[in-house]
Design a protein around this ligand. Structure first.
Ligand code: UDP
Length: 327
């Protein structure tokens, strides 16, 4: 299939591009390289451009006849979205609208969209089904919720089919060390802990130890990036086989506390880096896990890397490779 991958030079997008290439798809990556890298695009063609540039999108769609669009390009840092909300409504919501105009005009049949568990906000449930009401508590989650809604509304008014994937906590790296998270100024737990091991950081904080969980720290559902990437390839195959539009959670349905994650990073690396216990970070729900029965049923998806040691091990290996790459 001829596919457009926006944000294909970024962390998740680059893993998906590699798997799409292995599955034989014909790939065009569109990326502004704001947080992505040229080296991360391991197959297909890279077009450098920005989704804010409607002329660039028009040119792209006039040069290629895409059968599917996978839309990753977005900003993803929750605290930044609180400080600079319009950046998120511009880069995430408005730029999705720009892309959808071209999808509509060129009658692209299939779309896969990167959404997030942040659309659920602070639910009372800890294991989340896709049918929960959406109630994001920060502009990042709201910007993605609005994008979801635009895609659904366009699909209802056209022949577009979509799979919206709501990611839980994505971590890990390609097991062969080819790709991994290289995002500058990363804020995510496993990445931060790995940066302590390589010495990029002197230490880290645990945000909140008084949650109602088994050790007082927050529980999250960490999913390996290669399992998440596989879900995207399967979503395309599902739609090509006539599958109807769906919203699917991407997680393993179990969780680990912040302390458990840090312990695994320390044990695997043999590095006892300093960890400071500080107060809660605004907007952190105590526990979030995916009910993943729908993605298993609809796509036949089954994880290959559902193991915290594997997630941390690949992330640590990558962090060292990435440090050497930059040296
Ligand atoms: N966290 C932490 N220290 C850090 C980064 C994250 O204690 O340096 C905690 C954070 O408060 C949350 C969990 O780790 O409870 C996962 O946070 P992350 O930012 O990785 O993902 P989120 O769940 O916010 O999308």
């Amino acid at each position: 299939m001829k596919v457009l991958v926006t944000g294909g030079a970024g962390y998740i997008g680059s893993h998906v591009v590699r798997q799409l290439g292995e599955a034989g798809h014909d790939i065009v990556v569109f990326d502004n390289l704001s947080t992505g890298y040229r080296w991360a695009v391991t197959c297909g063609e890279l077009v450098i451009g920005d989704l804010a540039d409607e002329q660039a999108i028009a040119d792209l769609f006039s040069q290629h006849r895409f059968e599917a669009v996978l839309h990753f390009a977005a900003n993803i840092v929750v605290p930044e979205s609180v400080e600079n909300p319009l950046k998120y409504y511009r880069n995430n919501t408005r730029n999705t609208l720009n892309l959808l105009k071209a999808v509509e005009e060129h009658q692209v049949p299939y779309m896969v969209f990167s959404s997030t568990a942040a659309v659920y906000g602070m639910p009372e449930e800890t294991v989340l089904t896709e049918d929960l009401p959406l109630a994001p508590i920060n502009p990042y989650g709201a910007s993605k919720m609005m994008s979801e809604r635009m895609i659904m509304d366009l699909a209802a008014a056209s022949s577009l089919n979509y799979v919206i994937l709501r990611y839980f906590n994505v971590a890990g790296a390609n097991p062969d060390g080819l790709l991994g998270q290289a995002t500058p100024e990363a804020t995510h737990l496993i990445k931060v802990a790995c940066e302590c091991v390589t010495g990029k950081r002197d230490g880290m904080s645990v945000f909140g130890t008084d949650y109602d969980t088994r050790d007082g720290t927050c529980i999250r559902d960490y999913i390996h990036v290669e399992d998440l990437a596989k879900a995207h390839v399967m979503a395309l195959e599902y739609m090509a086989g006539g599958g109807e539009s769906r919203v699917l959670n991407c997680g393993y349905g179990r969780g680990f506390t912040v302390r458990e994650v840090i312990d695994v990073v320390k044990r695997q690396s043999g590095n006892d880096f300093p960890v400071q216990e500080t107060g809660r970070r605004a907007g952190d729900p105590a526990a979030l896990m995916a009910d993943n029965s729908r993605i298993k049923k609809v796509l036949g998806w089954q994880p290959d890397y559902d193991d915290l040691d594997t997630i941390v091990g690949t992330a640590l290996a990558w962090e060292k490779i990435w440090q050497d790459k930059q040296a």
